[in-house]
Design a protein around this ligand. Structure first.
Ligand SMILES: [Zn+2]
Length: 203
């Protein structure tokens, strides 16, 4: 497959899907160079105000799969568009979420739907999907499901990977909440990552 850009004959190793309201609205396959150019036009790093709410709502708006490395990046934007975060994942997670976005009626329930059905069947209500923290030492982005038990009226917290959080948010039409502390750390991490890339690139 060659790059979608007119006149470019390079291999299209980057597959970009723009997402709006849980649907893929545009897909393009681009070479490394033109993917960078495209991302440069639509993707602006966050500049956070000094005062933020304790939690903000985020929604998936772009997925980028690098076919060569099998690394996927999920781009999430805050509801007011002022902040965005990028979560890295793998090919399988990308394929799972692409399937959920593409297909509204599957004959059998996909795995994440089974999780939602199980919560409901056990008398729970999924109350919140939240990214709570970024651990600098381990590189782990910590996220949780918050579930209310309708039987015991108690609240349960379940550890979950961020990519699974995205899948559940798509299935349940819920936002992904991001805590202020996680948002500030993820934005700071990205600044450091970009600085490292710049130094490695020698520019
Ligand atoms: Zn190209």
């Amino acid at each position: 497959m060659i790059c979608d850009t007119n006149g470019c004959e390079s291999d299209a190793c980057m597959h970009l899907s723009s997402v709006d309201n849980r649907h893929v609205v545009e897909s393009r396959s681009l070479c490394d160079l033109h993917a960078s150019v495209f991302l440069g036009t639509i993707d602006k790093a966050s500049i956070l105000p000094s005062v933020l709410p304790a939690e903000l709502q985020f929604f998936l708006y772009l997925m980028v799969l690098n076919q060569n490395s099998a690394i996927s990046h999920f781009y999430l934007r805050s509801a007011d568009g002022s902040a965005r975060i990028v979560l890295g994942s793998g090919y399988i997670e990308h394929a799972n979420i692409a399937t959920l976005l593409a297909t509204q009626t599957l004959t059998r329930p996909p795995t994440h739907q089974v999780l939602v059905n199980t919560i409901t069947s056990l008398g729970g209500t999924l109350d919140k999907i939240i990214i709570t923290n970024y651990n600098y030492d381990t590189g782990v982005i910590e996220s949780e499901l918050r579930i209310k038990s309708n039987h015991t009226k108690s609240n349960l917290t379940i550890d979950i990977r961020p990519s699974d959080s995205i899948a559940l948010a798509i299935l349940t039409d819920m936002p992904i909440m991001v805590s202020e502390v996680a948002l500030r750390k993820l934005v700071a991490k990205e600044v450091v990552d970009r600085e490292s890339e710049r130094k490695l690139g020698g520019s």
